[in-house]
Design a protein around this ligand. Structure first.
Ligand SMILES: [Zn+2]
Length: 268
């Protein structure tokens, strides 16, 4: 009998491998290159990365964060995304798959899988928006497709559709208002489309909470990025990462947060 911690370790390894693939997506999708071909190479010296240099997290440690051919630094972000994806996969597994009986519950497994795609999309969208200030349409389409399937499974399609329309309209209004007040683009069309994906996946209540949370999270993120000198005050600071984080919190802790807030509000 395989122990529970061994299973979680295997789930983590799979998650980290997915994380490695997400790194490829983040790097290649904005450039319009294929995500499967050619095999990964060092961006500086173009030397092909061998399989043993491509093991999530471990390879970064073995190579001491440097390309073995030219010695140029490998971004710490690669192992961080791999580790994060691994941890989130374990988190979802523990949350969605109750026992070791995962082979027998197709419905449970499908929900787990759709949630996994949801989280992966949030990571890729947040990072691409951070790097390039764009949210690629194809990722939003995959998100909407996944969200529609998900909403059917939890029998909430019409309300999810309403949530998608509402969230998009709201961000569109913020966009128009922002342009009117600041005389420049404050909210991109990418954010408006991203909101539709979040709405269809989260449903009415959770997307309202995500939208409410995204603004303070956005402010904290912007301040953090400026303090850490990852962005300067003159830079355009993308809103996608804040939306993604708010959506994640709302998706998995939304009901708890609302209960806590109601208790808090009643006491004051
Ligand atoms: Zn190199």
């Amino acid at each position: 009998m395989i122990s529970q911690s061994a299973i979680l370790f295997i789930v983590f390894v799979y998650g980290a491998l997915f994380g490695s693939f997400l790194n490829v997506c983040i790097y290649r999708i904005p450039k319009g290159s294929s995500i499967v071909f050619p095999p990964s190479a060092c961006p500086v010296c173009k030397t092909r990365i061998r399989w043993w240099q491509n093991i999530p997290i471990l390879s970064y440690l073995l190579l001491l964060g440097e390309c073995s051919s030219c010695g140029s630094r490998i971004s710490l972000r690669y192992p961080l995304i791999e580790g994060l994806t691994g941890i989130l996969t374990v988190f979802l597994w523990r949350r969605e798959i109750p026992q070791i009986s995962f082979l027998y519950h197709f419905h449970t497994d499908l929900l787990f899988l759709l949630n996994l795609i949801f989280i992966f999309l949030l990571i890729v969208i947040a990072m691409i928006d951070f790097d390039y200030q764009i949210i690629p349409d194809e990722l939003v389409y995959i998100g909407v497709g996944t969200g529609i399937l998900y909403s059917f499974l939890i029998h909430d399609f019409l309300f999810s559709l309403l949530a998608a329309l509402g969230a998009s309209l709201f961000f569109y209004a913020v966009r128009v208002l922002g342009e009117f007040v600041f005389l420049k683009e404050a909210m991109g069309m990418g954010d408006v489309k991203f909101a539709a994906f979040l709405g269809i996946f989260l449903g009415v209540k959770k997307v309202v909470l995500a939208v409410v949370l995204s603004f303070p999270i956005g402010v904290v993120m912007a301040l953090g990025l400026i303090l850490l000198r990852l962005k300067s005050r003159k830079d355009y600071i993308p809103f996608g990462p804040a939306m993604a984080f708010a959506a994640f919190v709302s998706a998995y802790w939304g009901p708890e947060l609302l209960t806590w807030y109601i208790h808090f509000a009643l006491r004051v």
